[in-house]
Design a protein around this ligand. Structure first.
Ligand SMILES: Cc1cc2nc3c(=O)[nH]c(=O)nc-3n(C[C@H](O)[C@H](O)[C@H](O)COP(=O)(O)OP(=O)(O)OC[C@H]3O[C@@H](n4cnc5c(N)ncnc54)[C@H](O)[C@@H]3O)c2cc1C
Length: 394
């Protein structure tokens, strides 16, 4: 028998998370400055409160100051946190820091963990992840051009990256660079830890984007003879793609968990407004078109939630859940977009205004179909795996 009930301990955590969102997050949304986040003192104060409530860092084990609740637990908490754009930072699990912390947990040495993971896990510093390059397709990172060449005790890094989220104000970057140019395509790149104050780590600009930007922007960076010790290698040389998969799997599903929250909140706003707004002598809620939108949105959100929990369950069992994560990545991004779109439509001009969170949700949702792999690539992964299995069985 499949039991869908939530264990009491997790239910209690969810209640505390919801109470915190009600008391401290929604009332402070008006203080959010796009590309900057909340005022620093306010953010620090709210982070302290989250820690005191035992809700800090759902993605990290307890020994690193996190909640230690596995992927299913994270899915259930992140859905609530995802209801507000800036809440993940308050709960210590915003992208890209959460994915970077998970990567450091699996690949960093003891010394690297103390130097980089400890302050990241505490929320004392921010980090960024530098893989994508403007000159080559991000969907196919085997073409990466950034190089890291051994020179004595150092790596010398040269290259051009962009869309590096959160780079401004980050203390370190995890950089994907070609270190083994003669190796097979998936063994050419490595990951290297680069403190952002290293000479040659040059932020060119924060690329202006459609969405809310997020703290630290989405930056274009040039590495110009940027030297770091050989000991800054993360994992082994040539392991970059393997580590990228290990990082992006959990990272992607965390996005999907948060999208459910944003979609659910949009649906609730749609219902509340439809009941209140009168048109042609009756509330909008009486119109069949609006009822269809509410029913369709509920069905799609429920499906996305169950697919996310299924992927989380597999990850908790040690499976890489490659197909399940790709499925929810493209399906969840579409659900997010469509539900917000309907909610905006029901709100009319108000939905198009900045007086509700819907317009920011909508702008951010467009990126969800591109970052961490575009929809088309995830569909391809799913179809290829299914076809391969089908061929083998028949
Ligand atoms: C908001 C945001 C934040 C980001 N943050 C980071 C970050 O922190 N660090 C980082 O390294 N990168 C980051 N990225 C980059 C992101 O990972 C890439 O944009 C993504 O991998 C796609 O690469 P690309 O933009 O080069 O598109 P391309 O690879 O050039 O693809 C362009 C389009 O071609 C189509 N396409 C590609 N391959 C296929 C295929 N196999 N079949 C059919 N169609 C296909 C798709 O429609 C795709 O959108 C971010 C991007 C965004 C939008």
């Amino acid at each position: 028998m499949i039991d869908f009930s939530i264990p009491p301990e997790l239910e209690a955590m969810r209640d505390r998370t919801t109470a915190f969102m009600d008391e401290f997050v929604y009332p402070n949304e008006s203080q959010l400055v796009e590309d900057e986040g909340l005022p620093v003192e306010l953010e620090r104060d709210l982070q302290r409160r989250v820690k005191a409530l035992g809700l800090w860092a759902p993605h990290l084990p307890r020994e690193w100051g996190g909640m230690g609740i596995g992927f299913i637990g994270q899915a259930l908490i992140n859905e609530i946190v995802g209801r507000s754009v800036f809440a993940p930072r308050l709960f210590g699990n915003a992208a890209p820091d959460a994915g970077n912390a998970e990567l450091l947990l699996i690949a960093a040495t003891k010394e690297q963990k103390e130097q980089y993971l400890r302050p990241l896990a505490n929320g004392d510093v921010r980090s960024c992840f530098a893989m994508t390059e403007p000159e080559v397709a991000g969907s196919d990172p085997t073409g990466l051009k950034t190089t890291a060449v051994r020179d004595g005790d150092n790596w010398v890094i040269n290259g051009h990256k962009w869309f590096i989220s959160g780079a401004i104000g980050s203390t370190f970057a995890i950089v994907m660079a070609v270190t083994e140019p003669e190796a097979a395509s998936h063994s050419r790149a490595s990951m290297i830890l680069v403190p952002t104050n290293t000479p040659g780590f040059n932020i060119i600009r924060s690329v202006p984007v459609m969405g809310s930007g997020g703290v630290g922007g989405h930056c274009e960076i040039r590495f110009e003879d940027c030297r770091v010790p050989l000991t800054n290698l993360l994992g082994e040389a040539g392991q970059g793609f393997k580590l990228a998969q290990a990082r992006l799997g959990p990272g992607r599903i965390q996005h999907c968990m948060r999208w459910i929250g944003a979609a659910q909140r949009s649906l609730e706003m749609m219902c509340a407004y439809a009941l209140k707004r009168q048109s042609f002598g009756e509330p909008l809620a009486k119109k069949q078109t609006v009822q269809n939108w509410i029913a369709d949105s509920t069905a799609e959100i429920n499906a996305a939630r169950l697919m996310t929990l299924n992927a989380a369950w597999k990850l908790d069992r040690g499976d890489d859940a490659r197909v399940e994560i790709s499925l929810i990545k493209f399906f969840g991004a579409r659900v997010l977009h469509d539900v917000i779109d309907r909610a905006i439509q029901v709100h009319g001009a108000l939905g198009y205004s900045k007086d509700t969170p819907l317009e920011m949700f909508y702008r951010d949702a467009r990126a969800a179909r591109i970052y961490d792999g575009p929809d088309e690539v995830h569909r391809q992964v799913v179809a290829q795996r299914i076809l391969k299995a089908f061929e083998t069985q028949n």
